[in-house]
Design a protein around this ligand. Structure first.
Ligand code: ZN
Length: 375
């Protein structure tokens, strides 16, 4: 069965705290250190798989749009685009790419924060053996030697729906600038005014900018109908064969913009949109990461997406210890912890309702000093 990305808008349970001493920072540090260092090395199962979500990118200036109560706190009227809308609608795509065009420079200017660096360090210490992330910001690229599955894809590329070729988002951005000079002027003004780079939503709102975590910005009153986007360069060079055996048709205007008379060569962001299936190889890689680990630590995720929740459930179903380090409730946590806690199982789960940026630095220090004491 394909894994489809669907939004989850129900309220989350009240976060648990396990063990009770993890209510305060020192107890949380001790509990997480023990959880991470007591992973077994038996057979092929080794170490911890780290599952991350939007919560760890907040400190990079990306909004965690669900917030701790699970509501859309940044922009209540924001509704993500669905895959079928993107696929079927030229107008939807114009709107999507216009907003994405304005949002990209701000996202591009942001980068990994201390939590990403600590995850990298835990990889070097061989505590983490792999990472599964729901984030599309590519910040986990700072640890290329720690294998990372990007469950929901990534914004750094556009992908052709017809031929599957990836194209760098930066080059695509330049093409959008060339095709939409008035928008390019607007974006340059916004960059100059600091509206795009600021993390202060009040300043952004003063300039009519509202952001959401997909790197997308709302411009109230702006018309998207004249926005132009390019066709896939690969399909343009060599018209593709469609699933029905016919040759795909790609029409462009005098500047190279995709025209509605085409039936191929549409570029989409290389993220898994809502309503879109996760690629089989990505789903398999994520499951293999879980199956090959001894335990799972969730950091900065409410597990709101089914695909991520399902991976945590998979681990619990296999009897693996589960840790959750997340500020705010996490989908299904009551059921998870009821099953793995209880008499004699105290050390098999950790639930910390604190900020990872606060808890992880002393945990990494503690593990480092344990290691140097042994050497
Ligand atoms: Zn193509």
């Amino acid at each position: 069965m394909p894994s489809i990305r669907i939004p989850y808008t129900s309220p989350f349970p009240v976060p648990r705290v396990i063990p009770p001493s993890a209510q305060e920072l020192p107890g949380a540090i001790a509990a997480l250190t023990e959880f991470l260092t007591s992973a077994k090395t038996t057979g092929s199962k080794r170490g911890t798989v780290c599952l991350t979500g939007a919560g760890i990118s907040v400190a990079s200036g990306l909004n965690d749009y669900r917030g701790i109560a699970g509501a859309y706190i940044v922009n209540k009227s924001f509704r993500p685009i669905y895959y079928n809308e993107f696929l079927d609608g030229h107008a939807f795509r114009k709107r999507y790419w216009a907003r994405s065009y304005v949002g990209w420079p701000g996202l591009r200017a942001k980068g990994p924060n201390s939590v990403h660096h600590l995850i990298k360090r835990l990889g070097e210490l061989e505590i983490f053996r792999s990472v599964i992330t729901q984030n599309v910001d590519s910040f986990h690229q700072i640890h290329p030697s720690l294998p990372t599955v990007e469950l929901h894809g990534f914004l750094r590329s556009a992908i052709c729906i017809t031929c599957g070729t990836y194209h760098p988002r930066d080059e695509f951005q330049d093409q959008l600038s060339a095709l939409n000079p008035a928008w390019a002027d607007f974006v340059n003004q916004m960059i100059a005014s600091g509206a795009i780079s600021t993390e202060d939503p009040t300043i952004q709102k003063d300039r009519g900018l509202r952001t959401n975590p997909d790197g997308d910005i709302d411009i109230p009153g702006a018309s998207y109908s004249t926005f132009r986007y390019p066709a896939c360069p690969t399909c343009l060079r060599k018209p593709p064969t469609l699933p029905n055996g016919q040759q795909g048709r790609i029409d462009i205007d005098q500047d190279g913009a995709w025209l509605e008379s085409s039936d191929a060569g549409i570029l989409k962001p290389a993220v898994v949109m809502f309503g879109e299936g996760i690629k089989t190889e990505v789903k398999d890689a994520a499951e293999a990461a879980i199956d090959g680990a001894d335990r799972v630590l969730v950091i900065g995720s409410s597990l709101a997406t089914y695909s991520a929740w399902r991976l945590a459930k998979r681990a619990v179903d296999m009897g693996m210890p589960l840790g959750i380090l997340n500020l705010g409730g996490t989908r299904g946590e009551e059921a998870f912890f009821e099953r793995i806690s209880g008499e004699g199982k105290e050390r098999t789960s950790v639930r910390i309702n604190l900020d990872a940026a606060e808890v992880l630095p002393p945990v990494v220090k503690a593990i480092e000093s344990q290691r140097s004491g042994k050497n």
